[in-house]
Ligand binder design. Sequence first.
Ligand code: ZN
Length: 92
Amino acid sequence: MIPLKTFVSEHRAANLLAQVRWRDGVYCPRCRGESAILYGSYRMFQRYRCKNCDRTFNGKTGTVFEHSSVALRKWFLAVYAYVRFILSDKSS
Ligand SMILES: [Zn+2]
């Protein structure tokens, strides 16, 4: 069960994305290198710098959310509502 606060706070939404995406550890979405260092932040997102290719990235880089102007928490609410209400309705 995803807490409702996820859909209110962009910070919590960013944390949830990071938890899911980096569950096996942080890697560079550009070169797949696995040695990245903390490198400040981008809005609500932790920013990293890849030691291999020297480029920076954050939790949204390389995901469908990267270039969206819609806040991540709103995406999560839409996805959650879809899974919770639309999909569950079809199975019954
Ligand atoms: Zn890299």
